[in-house]
Design a protein around this ligand. Structure first.
Ligand code: JSK
Length: 448
């Protein structure tokens, strides 16, 4: 038996997002978001599910905070719904929206839990999408305006700020692959969106510094590990392109002040250019205080001519998969963290999302025996410990998610929570993984 022991000063928590848990979609002046529109577009979301009610955390947040307190977390990562603060994206502030987040954050702090706030977790005000959304550079300034209001309003209550969650999902998944809102399938459009998200990130960090806001700020890209099937150069190169789609594309501008040239060349072969204006890269290259990393899975890949965007195909190696069909690949977690540390240095890293989809329901004994999720958690914390031992500057870990919730295009079919939610009664039931995580949090070690 081996003991997996963690440093005592790490932040430990759970993560959620506004559109996925809040509900109250038409309450207290909230405006529509692109996900209200997308989820009402036939065929876009499983079963036609939407976020109108979700987990009703807008009204049940005190119950959720009681669960967090019982769990023993130190930090809770949540996101603010921009359309609650600015129903039309800009213009007049909706005081009722600010008031809700004050009630919520005050209750969180009262429970001894530190808030970690994501400003943009995909719920763009529809009114801004109607004017071009992130393809329109005016949305950058609207985001900075929204961020400034939040910084000033919550300074002293919130010390941990994340500008953007998973900009790859908000750009390429949503505007090229088309699986998420607003559901376009145009590579140039997606490239414009990705660039404007990065400029908005840089400008919001600049504003945070100009205002002298107390606390720390970062962003939370999602990454995958792409292992070459063989040591053939064509396989190695194909996996480097597939990996850079998530890592270099969103890390190099922030940490190096430039896009990866091999990817720029690849995109230009596809007739796509990044709409960089003078000064953009200097803005994006603002120093940040921490890097959030969202990791779920990885795969083995190889070269295949004219396959996908990068002449790359995934190779099924028979890895066990979660209920959403993603490989369980804990070594990929270690590998990608080492890769990031080796290539981007000792920036403090929070694991802002890591978790698994298992659709277990409560059994006759009233319990949810989600041993798949429990084992995923053990395996990935073991990999995380290995990364820490290898010198990766890990500062915390937030498991995705506290609650089963609206999993975007998968609707409520796919469950990522350590707490089960009955979507008819909204009853919360802690799962076996919750109790394992709770015991782990008591001492920060476990046996393997
Ligand atoms: C989980 C990635 C933020 C939080 C969680 C979904 C995701 C995803 C979901 C890729 C994807 C769909 C679908 C089709 C074809 C090619 C959320 N993270 N989460 N993380 N990532 N795909 N290429 N990769 O709910 O809100 O693709 O893709």
């Amino acid at each position: 038996m081996a003991i997996i022991q963690f440093p005592k000063d790490l932040k430990w928590g759970t993560a959620t997002a506004s559109y996925q848990i809040e509900g109250a979609a038409h309450e207290d002046g909230r405006g529509l978001s692109i996900w209200d529109t997308f989820s009402r577009t036939p065929g876009k979301v499983y079963n036609g599910d939407n976020g109108d009610i979700a987990c009703d955390s807008y009204h049940r947040y005190e119950e959720d905070i009681a669960l967090m307190k019982d769990l023993g977390i130190t930090t809770y990562r949540f996101s603010v719904a921009w359309p609650r603060i600015f129903p039309n994206g800009t213009g007049e502030v909706n005081q009722a929206g600010l008031d809700f987040y004050h009630r919520f954050v005050d209750a969180l702090v009262e429970a001894g839990i530190e808030p970690m706030c994501t400003l943009y977790h995909w719920d763009l005000p529809q009114a801004l999408q109607d004017k071009g959304g992130w393809d329109n550079r005016e949305t950058i300034d609207a985001f900075v305006n929204y961020s400034e209001v939040m910084f000033k309003e919550f300074e002293g209550k919130i010390d941990n700020w994340i500008t953007f969650n998973e900009p790859w999902c908000s750009s390429f998944l949503s505007n090229f692959i088309g699986a998420h809102a607003p559901g376009h399938t145009d590579l140039q459009l997606a490239t414009n969106v990705a660039h404007h998200l990065l400029v908005a990130h840089g400008k919001a960090v600049q504003k945070f510094r100009e205002l002298g806001i107390k606390g720390q700020i970062g962003y939370a890209p999602n990454v995958e590990w792409n292992e070459p099937y063989s040591n053939k150069q064509e396989d190695i190169d194909a996996c480097k392109r597939a990996s850079a789609f998530f890592i270099e594309w969103f890390f190099d501008p922030v940490f190096k002040g430039s896009y990866p040239q091999f990817m720029i060349d690849w995109f230009e072969k596809k007739g796509v250019k990044v709409p960089v204006l003078d000064g953009d890269l200097e803005i994006i290259n603002q120093p940040i205080d921490f890097l959030g990393i969202n990791y779920y899975t990885g795969s083995v890949g190889r070269y295949k001519e004219n396959e996908g965007l990068f002449d790359h195909e995934r190779v099924d190696r028979g890895y066990e998969k979660t209920d959403i069909g993603w490989n369980i690949y804990p070594d990929g977690f270690y590998n990608v963290l080492k890769y990031i540390s080796d290539n981007y240095g000792q920036i403090p890293i929070y694991i802002t999302e890591n978790g698994s989809c298992y659709n277990d329901e409560p059994q006759q004994d009233g319990k949810v025996h989600d041993y798949g999720r429990l084992n995923y958690l053990r395996q990935h914390l073991t990999a995380l410990n290995r990364a820490i031992e290898s010198g990766v500057n890990i500062k915390g870990y937030m498991t995705w998610s506290l609650l089963d919730n609206f999993e975007w295009a998968e609707g409520y079919k796919m469950r990522f929570g350590i707490v089960h939610v009955n979507y008819r009664t909204l009853e919360r039931t802690p799962k076996e993984s919750y109790y394992w995580y709770k015991k782990f949090l008591e001492n920060k070690w476990f046996e393997v």
